[in-house]
Design a protein around this ligand. Structure first.
Ligand code: ADP
Ligand code: MG
Length: 249
């Protein structure tokens, strides 16, 4: 992908479920190396927007280009879809690890199936990223033997094994006990500092303030306010964002 092309570009992006208009004209660009925090009340469309970015949902109008792949059309070829998903990782609130597979097998699966890596290569890559998230010693554990924080670090390592260009995080710490949130945010902060392009739906305002390069406040399927987190979170312009932030504290 050309360096000057945004990682994600949306123009008047629309998404509805039946009669319900969930995304009502989202505009914006996310550049390579940016960390964008998406905030907003429950039901405002945050997950739907992320799911459009890796085509877990198709869009109903407007334009969407992700990592150079045009997702504006109703149909997309299987080949393009695989290309997209290989380069755009996703980390979910509920981890979505395969429970019957060891940690290392969870990490090796997609690189072997999608990237056709050899067993040796996929294991080396998996070891590298497990080490990066501080879980080298858990390679042969099963997901139910791990804490929530460890599961989420495994999920992040699994995503990294595909060598993604963009990672989408949907409330990655919302299912965790409070004392486990920090270890996951730290891994994410390290990734951000290494220049990964990240879109993070989060309620962690401290993370948004300190790690994100930009914050985007969604309200009823539209971007109500966005900008530098220190500015936007400290001096919100819109009344809705002011109200949202006061509820967060
Ligand atoms: P958020 O992540 O901001 O809480 P969502 O994107 O999950 O919000 O949901 C936005 C709205 O779309 C909600 O009203 C939700 O009920 C609705 N919605 C989400 N997914 C579906 C679906 N698959 N079918 C019907 N309605 C949906
Ligand atoms: Mg959501």
């Amino acid at each position: 992908m050309a360096d000057d092309m945004p990682a994600i570009l949306c123009a008047n992006l629309q998404k509805r479920f039946g009669e319900l208009k969930v995304l009502r004209g989202i505009n914006g660009q996310i550049h390579r190396g940016e960390v964008v925090a998406i905030i907003g009340s429950s039901g405002c469309g945050k997950s739907t927007l992320l799911r459009c970015f890796n085509r877990l949902e198709g869009i109903n109008g407007g334009e969407l280009v992700v990592n150079g792949i045009d997702l504006s059309k109703p149909k997309i070829s299987r080949k393009r879809l695989i290309q997209l998903r290989a380069k755009v990782g996703m980390v979910f609130q509920q981890f979505n690890l395969f429970p019957h597979m060891s940690v290392i097998d969870n990490l090796c699966l997609a690189p072997r199936k999608v990237l056709n890596q050899s067993e040796k290569e996929s294991k080396e890559t998996a070891r590298f990223y497990l080490d990066k998230v501080g879980l080298s010693e858990k390679a042969h554990a099963y997901p139910d033997q791990l804490s929530g924080g460890q599961k989420q670090r495994v999920a992040i390592a699994r995503s990294l094994c595909m060598q993604p260009e963009i990672i989408l995080f949907d409330e990655p710490t919302s299912a965790l006990d409070p004392e486990l949130v920090g270890e996951v945010l730290l891994v994410m902060q390290n990734l951000a500092e290494e220049g990964m392009t990240m879109v993070v739906v989060t309620h962690e305002m401290q993370f948004a303030r300190e790690v994100a390069s930009r914050v985007m406040f969604l309200n009823q399927g539209q971007v109500e306010e966005e900008g530098d987190p220190r500015q936007v979170l400290k001096h919100p312009q819109s009344e809705r964002l002011q109200a949202f932030l006061s509820r967060m504290n």
